[in-house]
Design a protein. Structure first.
Length: 669
């Protein structure tokens, strides 16, 4: 999941003194995020720039609101008019440009998703849209050109309620109390969510409000006193800068965030703002004219840099060369400057005029319609964002849903444990597939290719191999390893309790068996043999119950097919040269050798061989003969102009149909 930067608050207002060092702090935050996105190894904690920016935003906007209230000039309508004039112009420009660039290089499914994200961005609900997508099926963050808009959504949702809350608090003379309680409740929710629901902690506004409230608290404190000499300015400035820089260098994306690890960058930003413009770091670094210039274009720079990096990643089929990423950042800076000077300032500055409100709102509604229409019309299928190296419409999975119901015989309480749960509704099932997401990838071919009367049930959980008596050792604080164990126990109860299910097919990715650490139930010590024993025990229980058991070996692990499509820009030799893409066809670039596949899965195959030796009645099926050509020593991405994979290394419907045709005769009575 990527970490990105929120929008910049108003730099100044008539009632709020302009501080160039805060523009410099904006620059520090945005540059940290950009370096993290372009060169993550260089600044692994650069994503904390988002937290610095939330503090800045809370400080500036709360200061403006309180000053206007104290002067008796506050208007909620005028507050939102200013936000529209500040936010809309650059955002509409970038949304439209991203939609246009996607036209030329995205496939139908990708363009459909981009349309949804354009609509969410225009409605300031990107954080909720991306949270709902987060999980196993979520594509890599680098392939989502508008992912960075989640933080804009968080901030704008905060400012829907915050001005109203401040208005009430001022009337009740409880401003500090309201701010403190909001911050405390938000921080507690962040600590809880990051432990139990990390994706919600990342995207929900409730777990970020405390950062904005920290800045708001500074503004509230400043509003209650006159300007006075700050004897601790140099110390606060130095400590604040140190905390921010340490956060950018030491933090990394594997840590639970936001939570306790978000405290240092937030405190750093608070200290730098509290130090005032005369603090040593504020005056010499943040107040430097170059730093201030970057701060003034930081909002547009934040908007531009990520779509350009993401689309370049998509076209290149992976991380672009270092020089290309550096060039993209340079282009982003130029575009940000032009957008700020030519678009944003024309609307935001100058005398108020009705057109400065109507035009941005009309354009935002237009881009929202454009995004919604693109999503509704399946990515505008008449448009081609790729060259026909192979039929990209075959890189899909799930054909056959019309034949099944989303039930699999488990209890309603257990249903939540399974992302994949289906039963053929045409006739009672006598066959079941149990496993992880690879089981789902196989299942749809079996549903479509089976003869009438031969129906299938699917019960599977992502990254959860079918086992009994063992469970995976917890890999992080958010996963105690029990969910998979509960799912396997529930699946086994269902299979054993349904006498009509006479044949059970087990499917699991090799990476779910070889690599993770497993422990026997009741133990906390990882054991090398536990994975094989867990699979063996599940098979033994099923065989003992009179079931016929079949193990289907994993398919070859190729790259995600979206990285193996000939994007339209790659038709130009110059683009291929700059991106370091070979002249081979996209499908050829992504093929692997048959021998490397066999060698790379030797440990996995050895485990299955040992289990087969224990259970002579066990049937083992290997789909390699369908998906690879051993004579030519190749496991291709495409066959006959059709993709064999749908997402990641999961079979496509074309491939699972081919496999089903060969596999089904083995399990027919």
């Amino acid at each position: 999941m990527t970490r990105t930067l929120p929008v910049v608050a108003e730099a100044s207002a008539r009632s709020h003194t302009y501080r160039p060092d805060i523009d410099g702090l904006r620059a520090l935050a945005v540059l940290a995020v950009i370096i993290f996105h372009a060169f993550p190894a260089a600044l692994p904690g650069g994503f904390a720039g988002v937290d610095v920016f939330f503090v800045i935003s809370g400080f500036l906007i709360t200061g403006i609101v309180i000053a206007e209230m104290q002067a008796g000039q506050y208007s909620l309508a005028q507050f939102y008019v200013r936000r529209i004039r500040r936010i809309f112009p650059a955002l509409v420009t970038v949304l439209l440009a991203t939609w246009a660039m996607g036209w030329f290089c995205l496939t139908g499914d990708e363009y459909r998703e981009l349309g949804k994200h354009v609509l969410a961005g225009a409605g300031f609900v990107s954080n909720w849209a991306f949270w709902m997508e987060a999980g196993y099926f979520d594509q890599t963050a680098s392939a989502k050109p508008l992912l960075h808009l989640w933080s804009l959504g968080v901030e704008e949702q905060f400012y829907i309620v915050w001005p109203v809350l401040m208005f009430v608090a001022v009337r009740l003379r409880r401003v500090a109390l309201v701010c403190a309680m909001t911050g405390l409740l938000s921080f507690v929710s962040a600590i809880w969510l990051v432990q139990y629901h990390p994706s919600a902690a990342f995207y929900w506004p409730t777990s970020r409000m405390w950062e904005l409230a920290a800045g708001a608290g500074l503004a509230i404190a400043a509003s209650g006193r006159c300007a006075e000499r700050n004897d601790n300015a140099h110390s606060a400035s130095s400590i604040g800068l140190l905390l921010c820089m340490i956060s950018f260098i030491v933090l990394n994306s594997r840590l639970p965030f936001p939570g306790w690890f978000a405290v240092p960058p937030v405190l750093g930003a608070v200290a730098l703002i509290a130090a005032g413009p005369n603090g040593v770091a504020n005056r010499l670094l943040l107040g430097n004219p170059v730093t201030v210039w970057f701060g003034k274009i930081s909002y547009a720079l934040y908007l531009w840099h990520w779509p350009l990096l993401s689309l370049c990643f998509i076209v290149a089929g992976g991380e672009p060369p270092v020089a290309v990423r550096a060039g993209i950042i340079a282009v982003s800076i130029v575009l940000a400057w032009l957008t700020t000077v030519l678009v944003e300032r024309a609307i935001r500055l100058g005398a108020p005029a009705r057109w400065k409100l109507i035009v941005p709102c009309a354009l935002m509604l237009g881009i929202a319609y454009l995004g919604g229409m693109t999503y509704q019309r399946d990515g505008l299928g008449f448009r081609k964002g790729y060259n026909p190296d192979a039929d990209v419409t075959t890189a899909t999975l799930g054909a056959g849903h019309e034949f099944v119901d989303p039930t699999c015989g488990v209890s309603p309480a257990d249903r939540r444990l399974f992302q994949f749960c289906a039963t053929d509704k045409r006739t009672a099932s006598h066959f079941a597939v149990w496993g992880d997401s690879k089981a789902d990838a196989l299942y749809w071919g079996l549903v479509r290719k089976s003869v009438p009367g031969m129906s299938w049930t699917l019960v599977a959980r992502a990254s959860c191999p079918p086992m009994a008596g063992v469970h995976e050792l917890a890999s992080n604080a958010a996963d105690d390893g029990n969910e998979c164990r509960y799912a396997n126990n529930a699946a086994l109860r269902m299979l054993l309790g349904n006498p009509e299910l006479t044949t059970v097919v087990l499917v699991a990715a090799s990476r779910d068996i070889v690599g993770p650490q497993f422990v026997y139930d009741g133990s906390s010590k990882a054991t090398m043999s536990a994975a094989g024993d867990g699979l063996d025990h599940a098979i033994a229980v099923l065989l003992h119950a009179g079931k016929r058991v079949v193990v289907v070996l994993d398919n070859p692990e190729l790259r995600d097919p979206r990285r193996c499509m000939a994007r339209r820009p790659l038709a130009w030799p110059f683009v291929r040269h700059v991106l370091g893409v070979s002249d081979l066809g996209a499908a050829q670039r992504c093929a692997i050798s048959y021998r490397s596949y066999i060698d790379g899965t030797s440990a996995y195959r050895s485990i299955v061989d040992q289990i087969k030796a224990h259970h002579p009645d066990l049937t083992v099926y290997d789909p390699t003969s369908v998906l690879c050509d051993s004579q030519r020593n190749v496991c291709p991405m495409t066959i006959n102009g059709k993709y064999l994979y749908s997402y990641g290394d999961h079979m496509s419907d074309y491939a699972n149909g081919l496999v089903a045709e060969q596999f089904l005769p083995l399990v027919l009575p």
